[in-house]
Write a protein that binds this ligand. Structure first.
Ligand code: VGL
Ligand code: ZN
Length: 232
């Protein structure tokens, strides 16, 4: 009998089922899927493309069916934003600078408010999503996190929104793993939520080891790392 150890026969009908398949995680009614920055800017052809960025779209579309609450975010910068290298004479993208709130990586101009580059990717299908949080719209301050801006003081309002709706657990997906996804996940912990990052529903920029560093920091803060197949 093939795979006798792994399969049992159910009800004599000859239907075989794995006996030791890991139980799926079923997101409860008080869980929310957070879809971070799945915008044209972060996908091939955009201004700050993340390698493999388009690959998260079908994974997120599939995950969406399992959630009753979905939050979508958009990176939403002014022209001449403080996070753009072009704002400073002599600075190049991917260098850093010191701003009032600390160190800031300088990026190519990206996700400028109202542009097609800043639009959500057209293949993202989230018809049941109920709120879009825009962030990074203060000219002098960045906001990787969907919860608070880079000064670690200015709230976006997302924690209040989720709490007012009784959400206890968040599952974070999107772009990029090591910047906006990681900061969102860690700030969600800080705000008191149970937090999962769904790894294969994210892709990273990985600047000077930032991806490994981000996973380490997230683990230290109690963020749980899972795969989409743990849910769907
Ligand atoms: C992001 C860099 C600059 C992100 C946003 O969405 O991860 N990264 N702005
Ligand atoms: Zn940005």
């Amino acid at each position: 009998l093939k795979s006798a150890a792994a399969f049992g026969l159910v009800g004599g009908l000859g239907i075989s089922m794995p006996l030791f398949a890991a139980a799926k995680i079923k997101p409860a009614a008080n869980a929310a899927l957070i879809v971070v920055d799945v915008q044209n800017c972060f996908i091939e052809g955009g201004t700050l493309p993340v390698k493999g960025g388009a690959e998260v779209v079908p994974v997120i579309n599939k995950l969406a069916d399992a959630f009753q609450n979905i939050v979508v975010t958009q990176d939403w910068h002014t022209p001449g934003h403080a996070s753009f290298a072009s704002t400073y004479a002599g600075k190049k993208p991917f260098e850093s600078t010191k701003l009032s709130y600390g160190s800031q990586v300088l990026w190519p101009d990206h996700c400028v408010q109202g542009t097609d580059d800043a639009a959500l990717n057209k293949d993202l299908k989230l018809p049941t999503a109920q709120i879009i949080i825009r962030k990074g719209f203060h000219k002098d301050m960045d906001s990787y996190s969907a919860f608070e801006e880079a000064d670690h003081k200015t709230a976006t309002g997302l924690a209040g929104y989720l709490k007012a709706r009784g959400v206890k657990t968040v599952f974070v997906t999107g772009l990029a793993t090591d910047f906006c996804v990681a900061w969102t996940a860690m700030d969600a912990r800080k705000a008191g939520f149970e937090v999962y990052v769904i790894e294969d529903a994210t892709r990273a920029i990985d600047l000077n080891g930032s991806l490994a560093a981000a996973w380490k920091q997230m683990a230290a803060k109690g963020v749980k790392r899972i795969q989409s197949t743990d849910i769907v």
